[in-house]
Structures are given as structure tokens and as C-alpha cells.
Design a protein around this ligand. Structure first.
Ligand code: NAD
Length: 292
């Protein structure tokens, strides 16, 4: 069984991003800048944002962190995002999403060319139309993993249909010629569906929801889940005894996580280039940077 480790894939993405950022700096004379907004002081959110900004800084990308109270009102967050949208020194905006403000509102407030997570409806729509601009980081990272390990996509089952992972991943893989079955909490007899697939990608957010009995012999499994349980990180797949069944599985931790952060870096430099084009277009005429 192959362990589909995230590190080598992340390193490849980071090397490409470093080159792209060097080229950006050479043309513009400045570093790209990622703004990260944290709402509340949950240790997990603070840690995630710190990991992301440290990785950005290691590539020479600037970062600015904005810490807001967990009681922040929606309009206060909106005003901060709008200020950052207008600030030419900020290229990309990341919001560690609070639970009390709907994701769909936050997605609409961020300017599409600074939407480093790729959640704005314009970016989601472009992805759905097969013309991606800023693609959500986790799906982008998973695609890089599948390409790195040369995994066949012709029979793919994705478990989970969230707007962050499952849905955009299904769209992205379909445009890479995968035949995708998308399962979710209302899928009847999930096991019968996953057992048909050569590749199963699980993003449900329930520790160990699927075990070895869900997979066909020699299938590949990407375990996206990150669940904090008994002081440990656990995936959505129970890895016990899985080596007798599957041909390869991504570990938790050390699988999709580092690749997602590397994809975020790639998107930051993409946003920096888009923001530069946007500023130029604003001063020249009203050319849409999303038209190709
Ligand atoms: P979510 O809660 O938004 O969505 C979960 C999805 O799973 C839903 O579509 C739901 O229909 C489906 N689901 C729930 N129970 C199910 C069941 N019993 N059978 C079939 N489907 C079921 O979660 P999300 O944001 O997509 O995240 C999923 C997991 O991936 C979480 O553990 C999250 O922490 C993790 N995640 C990891 C990374 C990473 O970088 N590794 C990035 C994003 C999310």
C-alpha cells in the first residue's frame, strides 16, 4: 500500500509558487500581501492562520492578521473586508470563518480578485462553467495530489457535498475527465456506492465514519477529514487494517492538510496578479479581468 503523503506534493506546489512570486516581485517591485481575518480566539483557528501566514512569509509573501472579537457584528466584518478590498497593498483576503455570520454573506463581501479561497459566486460560477479563475484551495490541492501520484480518475466517488470541498471538487475533477459520483448525508446505502469506485475521496467531518469495508480491493482513498478527538487528529476514514484492502491512502495528519496550505499560497500569488491587472484595468478602462 502506498501512503499518499502530502509533503512532496506541497513542496512541488510551493516551488512553483516561489517562482511565480519571484516573477511577480520582479515585475511589480513589491511582495504579494495576504490579509487574514480571524474571528474569535479559538486555538484551532489561531493555529491554522499562523501556519498559513508563516508559510506565506517563508516564500517572501507579506501577511497581515486582523483579529476580531467572536462577538463582531456582521456589518463590522463587512466594513473591514470592504476596506481591504479597496486597499491596493492587499492582494488576497482570507477569513477564518465565524459560525454566527453566514458563509454566503462573507463570500459576497470579498472582491472576486482577492477571494483567495475561491468561494465568491463569480469564482464558483467560473469553475462550474469549466473556466476556473480562483479555485478553492482544498480541491486544488487534492487535484495536485491525484496528478502527482498518477491516480486514475475514471471511477471516482466523493463523499461530502460541502461548498468548500465536495461540490467544487466534483466540478473540478469532472473538468479533468473524471466520472464522479457525489454522495452526501442523504445517500442511501453509502457503502454500496463507495465499493464501486476506484478512487474514494472522503470529506464529511465525522471521525472514522468509513472503515475498510467501504472500499473495493486496490482502490485509492483520499481522507480529507480533520477531526479533533481525544486530543488527537483523526481522519474521516478508520485506517486500521486498511493496508490489506486499498492500494493507497492519504494520512491524517500529513495528507491533504499541507497541500491545502500550499494551494493557498499558489492562490495568493494568483490573486496578486489579478489585483494588479484589476488596478491597471480600473485606470485604463473597464476591462474585466475575468474575461479571457
Ligand atoms: P461540512 O460539514 O461543510 O460538509 C460535510 C458533508 O458531509 C456534507 O455535505 C454532508 O452531506 C456530508 N455528510 C455528513 N454526514 C454524512 C454521512 N453520514 N454520510 C455521507 N455524507 C455525509 O464539512 P467540510 O467543510 O466539507 O469538511 C469536511 C471535513 O474535511 C472536515 O473534517 C474538515 O475539517 C475537513 N477539511 C480538511 C481540509 C484540509 O485541508 N485537510 C480542508 C477542508 C476541510
Amino acid at each position: 500500500m502506498v501512503i499518499l503523503a502530502g509533503e512532496p506534493v506541497a513542496q512541488r506546489l510551493l516551488d512553483e509558487t516561489q517562482k511565480a512570486h519571484d516573477a511577480f516581485q520582479k515585475t511589480t517591485g513589491r511582495a504579494a500581501c495576504l490579509a487574514a481575518i480571524i474571528v474569535g480566539d479559538s486555538p484551532a483557528s489561531v493555529l491554522y492562520v499562523r501556519k498559513k501566514t508563516e508559510k506565506a512569509n517563508s516564500l517572501g509573501i507579506e501577511s497581515r492578521v486582523f483579529e476580531l472579537s467572536s462577538l463582531v457584528r456582521p456589518y463590522e466584518l463587512k466594513i473591514l473586508i470592504e476596506t481591504l478590498n479597496e486597499d491596493p497593498a492587499i492582494d488576497a483576503i482570507l477569513v477564518q470563518r465565524p459560525t454566527h455570520i453566514p458563509d454566503r454573506d462573507i463570500s459576497l463581501w470579498i472582491a472576486p480578485h482577492k477571494d483567495v479561497d475561491g468561494f465568491h459566486p463569480l469564482n464558483a460560477g467560473n469553475l462550474a462553467l469549466g473556466n476556473p479563475c480562483v479555485t478553492p484551495c482544498t480541491p486544488l490541492g487534492i487535484l495536485a495530489m491525484l496528478e502527482h501520484y498518477k491516480i486514475n480518475l475514471s471511477s471516482t466517488c466523493i463523499v461530502g457535498r460541502s461548498p468548500l470541498v465536495g461540490k467544487p471538487l466534483a466540478t473540478l475533477l469532472t473538468s479533468h475527465n473524471a466520472t464522479v459520483t457525489l454522495c452526501h448525508s442523504k445517500t442511501q446505502n453509502l457503502k454500496a456506492v463507495t465499493q464501486q469506485a476506484d478512487l474514494v475521496i472522503v470529506a464529511v467531518g465525522h471521525a472514522h465514519l468509513l472503515d475498510r469495508s467501504f472500499f473495493k480491493q486496490d482502490a485509492y482513498v483520499i481522507d480529507v477529514g480533520i477531526n479533533h478527538k481525544n486530543g488527537k487528529l483523526q481522519g474521516d476514514v478508520n485506517h486500521d487494517g486498511i493496508e490489506d484492502v486499498v492500494a493507497g491512502i492519504s494520512p491524517v495528519p500529513g495528507g491533504v492538510g499541507p497541500v491545502t496550505i500550499a494551494a493557498l499560497m499558489k492562490n495568493t500569488v494568483l490573486c496578486a496578479n489579478l489585483s494588479t491587472q484589476f488596478l491597471r484595468a480600473q485606470t485604463a478602462s473597464d476591462i474585466s479581468i475575468f474575461d479571457e
